[in-house]
Design a protein around this ligand. Structure first.
Ligand SMILES: [Zn+2]
Length: 274
């Protein structure tokens, strides 16, 4: 099995990283994709991949970084230049660009004033386009984070398709018809996480995703699956990918070994892993 989304570079894993990796081996995980969400975490992801052969790095800037831009802690220009420098020196080591994308969900949570929403949207779009350009330039797949922005994501990515030679992955794919249709049309991958173990809407959604587009993710340290969710909520860890695989197998009516084999093949193809 391959955990195609685990933030193993986060501090919560540092004190016992070997333990987490060993437990993952015990459930049959051979690779972990470790996505960057900003410049420091992307650098840490690269360092992790250099130190541990089972981990593979990505470089990305999450749409949440727009909050830092609006607060004046950084600028779009400086993020762009740091991002482009980092990708340029690491392009042969990393396996994807992202996670990046559009997230309109935080506007409510962060009480973004309605007059500022267009500014946030436009900055998110600029950040995403910088990363689409890098995926194109370096011939890398793109990991998309999509929240409450399905329509805008599809219309934006539709225009970029001709520029991208490698696949797009909908990380923690929202159960949305438009995204699914788009993914089916263009053979984009659909990441399924621990919430599929308890979210009925996601369960119905996963039943409609063909096996050859499915990827398994834990999104560690987030999205703890059932049944471990009852004991603890944080941090989720890659070894819990087995619960995601088991639930997907049950929903698809196939043995868990089939889910393991097929999603491993998909992940290897998506990220060009050997
Ligand atoms: Zn993530």
């Amino acid at each position: 099995m391959i955990d195609t989304h685990a933030h193993l570079q986060y501090d919560c894993f540092a004190s016992n990283l070997e333990g987490y990796l060993e437990r993952a081996v015990h459930v049959g995980i051979t690779h972990h994709i470790v996505p960057g969400i900003d410049i420091p975490s992307s650098r840490e992801s690269i360092a992790l991949a250099q130190a541990h052969s089972a981990t593979a790095a990505t470089v990305g800037i999450h749409p949440y970084l727009v909050l830092s831009i609006v607060r004046g802690e950084t600028t779009l220009e400086s993020l762009q230049s740091e991002f482009e420098k980092l990708v340029a020196i690491s392009a042969t080591e990393i396996v994807a660009i992202g996670e990046c994308g559009l997230d309109y969900h935080y506007f409510k949570r962060e009480h973004i004033h309605k007059d500022l929403i267009e500014k946030h949207k436009s900055l998110q779009k600029s950040l995403l386009m910088i990363q689409v350009a890098a995926a194109q330039k370096y011939n890398l797949p793109l990991i998309l984070h999509t929240r409450d922005s399905e329509e805008e994501t599809v219309s934006l990515m539709q225009k970029q398709l001709k520029n991208l030679s490698r696949p797009i992955l909908f990380h923690c794919c929202p159960p949305n018809d438009q995204l699914l249709t788009f993914a089916l049309e263009h053979s984009f991958y659909i990441g399924v996480d621990g919430d599929v173990t308890y979210d009925k809407v996601k369960q119905e959604f996963v039943k409609r995703v063909p096996l050859d587009l499915l990827l398994l993710e834990t999104d560690s340290p987030y999205l703890m699956p059932e049944p471990v969710r009852r004991q603890t909520r944080y941090p989720n860890e890659p070894a819990h990918l087995i619960y995601v695989a088991q639930k997907v197998a049950e929903l698809k009516g196939v043995p868990v070994e089939t889910i393991d084999t097929r999603t491993t093949q998909n992940a290897k193809a998506a990220f060009s892993l050997t």
